[in-house]
Design a binder for this molecule. Structure first.
Ligand code: IMP
Ligand code: MG
Length: 185
């Protein structure tokens, strides 16, 4: 690992470096800027996992965006989804007729995003697109979930860092790494 102790010692390997993340975010930011020309989308951060990605991504988008935050829970402290989505914090603003961009840390089963998109559709959003930092396509349960912008596809391994947690920890790791199995087994 890049550091001899501290958080890096709990990783079995670094999967994606902060430099790779930064480069990809510039690319995706340019793509969103081009796709939404003339519009004022609201970018929604799904707390807490997406917060680090979100703060970098919004600064790579050259449009008059507004931002809002939602918090959901489906995991507890385990590494497998419970399948149940709870809204812990709702949006502050009305999204009727707005172009909504949902920003997620990772799409795994797709249960969380499937729930969120149908909820926002019911509230009358003009359009809804999904941006995710990571995608684990192998684990998808909701087969028809459309992910519009995905930064990195990753294998079915439990990852932490750059906002992603295990038991609420490791979110402040600058890179994304595979958590060593000895930490959670
Ligand atoms: P889904 O509803 O199964 O798609 O799960 C989405 C949520 O599960 C994400 O927003 C993450 O909070 C969490 N999650 C899924 N895989 C991982 C992982 O490898 N590391 C950390 N959190 C994960
Ligand atoms: Mg999340």
């Amino acid at each position: 690992m890049t550091q001899e102790n501290g958080l890096y010692a709990d990783l079995s390997k670094i999967l994606i470096t902060k430099e790779q993340i930064a480069a990809k975010i510039q690319e995706v930011g340019k793509q969103i800027t081009a796709d939404y020309q003339g519009r004022e989308p609201v970018m929604i951060c799904v707390l807490k996992g997406a917060v680090v990605f979100f703060t970098d991504l919004i600064r790579a988008v050259d449009l008059p965006v507004t931002i809002d935050f939602m918090a959901t829970s489906s995991y507890g402290s385990a590494t497998k989804t419970s399948g149940v989505v709870r809204v812990l914090k709702d949006l502050d603003q009305d999204i009727l007729n707005r172009d909504v961009i949902i920003v997620e840390d990772i799409v795994d089963s797709g249960v969380t995003l499937n729930y969120l998109t149908s909820m926002l559709r019911h509230r009358g959003a003009a359009s809804i697109r999904i941006v995710t930092l990571l995608d684990k396509p192998e684990r998808r349960k909701i087969k028809d979930l459309k992910v519009d912008y995905s930064c990195f596809d990753i294998p079915d391994e439990f990852v932490v860092g750059y906002g992603l947690d295990f038991d609420q920890k490791y979110r402040n790791l600058p890179d994304i790494g595979v958590l060593d199995r000895r930490i959670y087994e």
